[in-house]
Write a protein that binds this ligand. Sequence first.
Ligand code: 5CA
Length: 439
Amino acid sequence: MRMSQYFLPTMKENPAEAQIVSHRLMLRAGLIRQTSAGIYAWLPLGFRVLKNIERIVREEQDRSGAQEVLMPTIQSADLWRESGRYDAYGPEMLRFKDRHDREMLYGPTNEEVITVLFRDGVKSYRDLPRNLYHIQWKFRDEVRPRFGVMRGREFLMKDNYSFDIDKKGAIHSYNKMFVTYLRTFARMGLKAIPMRADTGPIGGDLSHEFIILAETGESAVFCDKGLVDKDVLGRSIDFDGDLQPIVNEWTSLYAATDEMHDQARFEKEVPDDRRVSARGIEVGHIFYFGTNYSKPLNAVVTGPNGENIAVEMGSYGVGVSRLMGAIIEASHDANGIIWPDSVAPFKVGLINLKPDDAAVSAACKTLYDRLREAGVETLYDDRDLRGGAKFADMDLIGLPWQAIIGPKGVAAGIVEVKNRRTGQREEMAPEALLARFGA
Ligand code: 5CA
C-alpha cells in the first residue's frame, strides 16, 4: 500500500480525551475514531490489526476442535425471560422495540441463543460433545465507558459454548479452552495469567479470568511470579488427551483477582520475593456453569437408557477488540506502538527519503514491487514529506521493520533496515533484504 493513497489520519499531539497510553496511541496512529461514547469506527490500519487478532483467535479455536458459527447481534427479550435473566441483567442491556412492539435487545452475550440452537439441533447423547464459537459484536451499556476500546459499549468478542453429557466431559471442554487461551494470548506476544475469578451475571462455580499485567489495568491482581515466567508455546498439545496436568501446572500457583483474593493465603503460599501485586487487564474469561441454562431452557438429550439429561455447559469469552489496547499497553515506547509480528498491520514500512529524486523513487518502486510479489505486506511511504516526519509516523504506527532508501544508499547500492523493537540498524543490499523476508 502506498501511504500517499492510504487513509491514515495520524496526529502529532496527544488527544486530550485519552487517559491511557494505548488509547492515545490508537488515536494518534489513526487506528480508531470514536463515533459516540464507547463506540468506535475502525480505520484501515486498525482494522487490519483487528483482523489479525481475530485470525489468531480463530486458528486456535479451530485447533481445539471448536466450530465457528455466526449468531445475530439482535435477540428477542422473550428468550431471556425463559432463562430468567431478562430482569436480572439490568441497565447494561440495550433494550428496544421493533415496529410490531416486540421487545428486542442488542446481545451482550449469547448463552440463551446458543442453548436454543443446540436444543433444537441435538437430541441424543451420541451427538455430544459439541463446542460452537462465534466472533461477533456485543453491546453493553457500560456506566463508564473508558480507555478507548478497553471498556467500550460496542465491542468485538469471541464467545463459545460447550455442551457435554456429564461434568467430567464439561471439565475436559473447560480445560481445552484453558489451554487454547494460553496459546492464543502467547501467540500475540502477551503473557496472560489465568486467575480464579468471580462468575458475575454469567453464573456457575468454576471460572478463570486471563489477565495481562499492566499498570493501567482496571483491577488489582495478585499472583506468584512463577506464573509470569511460564511458557506454553513450543509444547505439543493433544487436545483429545488429558489436559488436566497442564491446567494444574498453571493453577497450582497462587493467582487471584481482587474479588477472590485472600491476603493470608497469598502470604502463606507465596514466598516474599515471588509475590506479585499488580494491576491487570482481563482479556479472556472462561466459565463452567453446569445446567444453569440447559435446565430453564430445556436443553436435554436422551441418555443411553432413554432418560432425559440436561446438558452440562460452559462459556468462554475473549475480548477481541480489547486485545488491541492490551497489546499496545504491553508493547510500546516513547515514540509509539511496537507491534508483535503476529498482529502487525504490515510487516515492512518502506521509507522513500527523496521522492523527487528519480533514482531513489525507482529503487523504492523496485523493492516495493518485489516485496509485494513475494507476499510481504509492505506500507510504502512515498509521500512528499521531510524524512523526519516520515520517521516519526513510521515509529508511531509501529511496523516491525523499516526499510529506508535515500540518495546515498542508492549510490552505494544499499538499504538501511531498522528493527522497530530493538532500534538496531543494518545496511544491506536490496537482495539481502528480500532474502531476509523470504522474498
Ligand atoms: N458469555 C461469557 C463468556 S463467552 C462472557 O460474556 N464473558 S465476559 O463478560 O467475561 O466477557 C468476555 C470478555 O469480553 C472479557 O474477558 C473482556 O475481555 C471482554 N469484554 C467484556 N466487556 C467489555 C467491554 N465493555 N469492552 C471491551 N471488552 C469487553
